[in-house]
Design a protein around this ligand. Structure first.
Ligand SMILES: Cc1cc2ncn([C@H]3O[C@H](COP(=O)(O)O)[C@@H](O)[C@H]3O)c2cc1C
Ligand SMILES: O=C(O)c1cccnc1
Length: 332
């Protein structure tokens, strides 16, 4: 059993001055404890992008129309999104999973694409439940299935990303519910909402959370979720249960992580927070999970981008615990 004490003992025995690599050593200890080995690995790794549409866009909560979800799915399928570029830069395999995009994929579907739509997008969460509990379980199962596939393919580090116009409204609802913050604190500009959209978004989030609060946890979560967020939660829970290292992205991803921890307690032991997004509620969501983000770079994209940018830090951390001589070997 490798606990933090055992991992620190190894770090402190290595051929360098005591604690001379700062936070990189803290990260190395986290990797060693998650993976239960003093030579943790970060390759191969993969990012699975889950995409879906959101009925709540009818309320005017996003600066962008829903059709952009499908357009970006086509861009990702063509290998031309920010997430594709970052995945290539960091030697990370990429998969794209449609869990509920309204539009059919235009253009050729590559071998890394999977059609697994639960429906043509969620219902408007401001008018009633976004989805039934049965559909929530279907979306969750798509994600848990993807985690098992990723692990069976040998991946040591799992990343989930998302594409879904309107999904920062759903993430704000889920964070308000699960991290216990107000709608004001949970709502941010997402992909660029202006002040008028922001006040609608705060009102929508406050009313939706008030409507479901106090009910059964699964039903409340399903009422506020998106298909891609539910799939990410299933991905995280199954990845953690199988012992994988799970690297989280931004605000939407962390809302899914809160769901995973609520419905599959203990999942958080396998989570590493890649970054803190510019969305204002993200700090409270990470604090609720007890996670310290690796980067605070003002990123606010989603698509797994913040996790992908943090990936080389995991490579560095693995190298400085697993691939260095011992002090006792000095001169020997
Ligand atoms: C071109 C484009 C590419 C994106 N890639 C990720 N997002 C991000 O922005 C969306 C959430 O923001 P909101 O809740 O304000 O709609 C999600 O699709 C998320 O993945 C994008 C958004 C746009 C417009
Ligand atoms: O932090 C995120 O996940 C995020 C922020 C803005 C837009 N989409 C996603």
């Amino acid at each position: 059993m490798i606990d933090e004490g055992a991992a620190w003992a190894r770090i402190d025995a290595l051929a360098r001055p005591h604690r001379s690599l700062g936070m990189l050593e803290t990260l190395a200890v986290r990797l060693a404890v998650i993976q239960q080995r003093l030579d943790p690995v970060t390759r191969p790794r993969c990012v699975v992008l889950f995409a879906a549409d959101h009925g709540v866009t009818a309320q005017g909560v996003s600066a962008w129309p829903s059709a952009v979800t499908g357009a970006m799915v086509a861009t990702i399928a063509a290998g031309r999104a920010s997430s594709n570029a970052l995945a290539r830069a960091h030697d990370c395999a990429l998969r794209l999973v449609d869990v509920g995009v309204a539009a059919a994929l235009v253009g050729p579907s590559p071998d890394f694409y999977r059609a697994a739509a639960v429906g043509p997008g969620t219902a408007d969460l401001s008018q009633g439940p976004a989805m039934t509990v049965a559909d929530f379980d279907r979306a969750w199962a798509v994600g848990s299935d993807e985690a098992r596939l990723a692990i069976a393919a040998g991946n040591a580090v799992l990343i989930a990303g998302e594409m879904g116009i309107g999904n920062t409204t759903s993430a704000a609802c889920l964070t308000a519910l699960l991290a216990g913050i107000s709608a004001d604190e949970a709502v941010g500009r997402g992909a660029g909402a202006d002040d008028a959209m922001m006040s609608v978004k705060v009102a929508v989030v406050a009313a939706a959370v008030a409507r479901v609060a106090g009910g059964d946890a699964r039903g409340a979560i399903a009422a506020l979720a998106g298909f891609e967020i539910a799939a990410m939660a299933g991905f995280y829970a199954a990845g953690a249960a199988a012992g994988a290292t799970v690297l989280l992205d931004g605000y939407v991803a962390t809302a899914a992580a809160l769901m995973a921890e609520r419905l599959a307690p203990g999942s958080v032991r396998n989570f590493i927070a890649g970054h803190r997004s510019a969305e204002p509620g993200h700090g409270a969501a990470l604090a609720k999970l007890g996670l310290e983000p690796l980067l605070e770079w003002g990123m606010r994209l989603g698509e797994g981008s913040g996790a992908l940018v943090a990936l080389p830090l995991l490579d560095s951390a693995a190298a400085i615990i697993g691939d260095v001589a011992l002090l006792s070997e000095l001169g020997g």
